[in-house]
Write a protein that binds this ligand. Sequence first.
Ligand code: ADP
Ligand code: MG
Length: 701
Amino acid sequence: MRPALLDPLFAPASALPGVGPKVAKLFDKLLVGPERTARVVDVLFHLPTGGIDRRNRPKIADAPRDAVATLEVRVVEHRPPGNRRSRAPWRVVVEDETGDVELVFFLAHHGWIEKALPLGATRWVSGKLELWDGHLQMVHPDRVLDAAGLERLPPVEPVYPMTEGLSPRIYAKAAEAALARLRDLPEWIDPAFLAQKRWPDFRAALAALHAPRAPEDLAPEAPARARLAYDEMLANQLALALVRASLRRPAGRVSAGDGRIAERIVAALPYALTGAQTQALADIRADLAADKRMLRLLQGDVGSGKTIVALLAMASAVEAGRQAALMAPTEILARQHYERLGPMAGAAGMRVALMTGRDKASERRATLAGLASGEIDILIGTHALFQDEVAFRDLGLAVVDEQHRFGVHQRLALGAKGEAVDVLVMTATPIPRTLVLTYFGDMDVSNLHEKPPGRQPIDTRAVSQERLGEVVAAVGRAIQAGRCCYWICPLVSESETSDLAAAEDRHADLVQHFGAARVGLVHGKMKGAAKDAAMEAFQRGDTQVLVATTVVEVGVDVPQATIMVIEHAERFGLAQLHQLRGRVGRGAGASTCLLLYKGPLSEAGEARIAIMRETEDGFRIAEEDLRLRGEGDVLGARQSGLPGFRLAQPEIHGALLEPARKEARLVLERDPGLEGPRGEALRALLYLFERDAAVRLIRAG
Ligand code: ADP
Ligand code: MG
């Protein structure tokens, strides 16, 4: 139950003065997206990006040009337009002892002007002063005030990000009213920490931002902003800590085997495990052997060999008499894992099944029966694994590949499919430390920092799209020599149909050059079976060129492919380019990546291509990506629906994350049920930042 204290903040924004049904729609659009209803708290969390300083009160002669000034003036003359229908503006001349200014009103209500600016009266006008045709003017002053109005003029007027059709004045009024509804809330920050930081309390912080005293109050580093950022991070870390605690609560079971199956698999591998793979496996086995639940992130750059680690971990669970599941984000990837791992697992005596969204009903029934009876040891699949009807006899280990595509609730769902399920999540997008903390909290982490030996650096080049002809010729020579090539066509527009058209056109074009037998096509809109057939033909080497949309972005492994052509590389984000390039350079052969670009490049586009040419280090690329794009996109947060941050900016407030994490842990050690007075306050915090799903975990489990 939400604390009653917060009720006024969770009322719809339409409860605020000036917010009728039409304006409410605009508020929804601006604050929460059109599917949801904006509430008072959303108004408060929409912070100004700057402020107009109305304290500047110069004499006319000293007023800076092209800046906002508030002038004390006497009204000297009205110059109405010639006749009623004229489109000329209404001008009003005002002056002080140092000079005069023309106030200019286009299409304004004449009655209003005459009333607001009576001849001979003293008024305060505030707005931008410009020099036009040799004299000073102020077009549509923001404010025309008498002495009483001046009393009420805020010293600094916040400027909010707006949406089309919404008037800033209406927004400011709503924000003011929202602020007035805010009561003092119990303090959730540790008093000593709060004192050390000299931060205001929650309400004062919001007041400082919506009713600033000086423009400095609005700076991202200002105490009020920092406090709110910390609040949000604390809520986030506390929620993650609660998730973790609930996952761990049913004590884990020992589910590490004796190594007999894993040994057989390793013996059959054509290569030796790298030191990093061996270390990661040792970490995982130690977790499985302990009676605590495992929650481990296996992080490794593209091509670092995470899949075999997953298989050996699953073998360990099977040796212990339990089952394992491996979940992939796409069907192509699930199928690839099944085809790769199935034979290895089978040879070592394990039974593996595949489950995707498009299995036939009879296949599906058989799989479900096999899972329930324990006949199937390992289930590989897509998010179809989450469905309620999927029930295991005894699931011991769940592996989630390419973790960042799945949300927190999905991780929980898999963990709930068995008793004390150990969870291993794998990510190919190296995630900077701050983001690991933000999104995964206190997860244990193993890194595959080392790639398998013998990999050669990928020769990455940027080529203008105008030289397409030469690129086609070069690819032609390469496939004559037996090499294989991915050819990526990007998202051209918002509409998938036209994207497909681009891929289909390129396919037709390359067929002309190389012949239909050699060129395959795969894209997201294809029927499942056709997609598989195209992938398999390329894997077998039947086709040597695979034209694809970004469906091959994640995880696809065809080691003999050594050329990657990416059209319109400037349209891709860094992480995506890195993922795409990671499809080559997976075998011993030398690989090439051609980034075709269409100029003129934007600054960011140029920076991305330069970084790609400079480095193959996924961690470095991830950091740069973070810098260039901001946090949400790096993790594909939008796809997975992870709740992002609204107030905290990792680049600016990142240093607060570590204290927030420590604090969350400490709090739960002392008061795991959040029951004391501070616990109550922290619950309110979780609700405020919509981490309240975590509140339910306190009792569940
Ligand atoms: P990712 O970490 O990107 O998921 P994969 O698991 O797909 O990488 O592995 C990439 C390729 O490297 C695969 O073809 C795999 O067979 C191969 N590989 C994995 N481990 C080793 C190793 N220790 N030595 C040589 N090749 C390896
Ligand atoms: Mg992989």
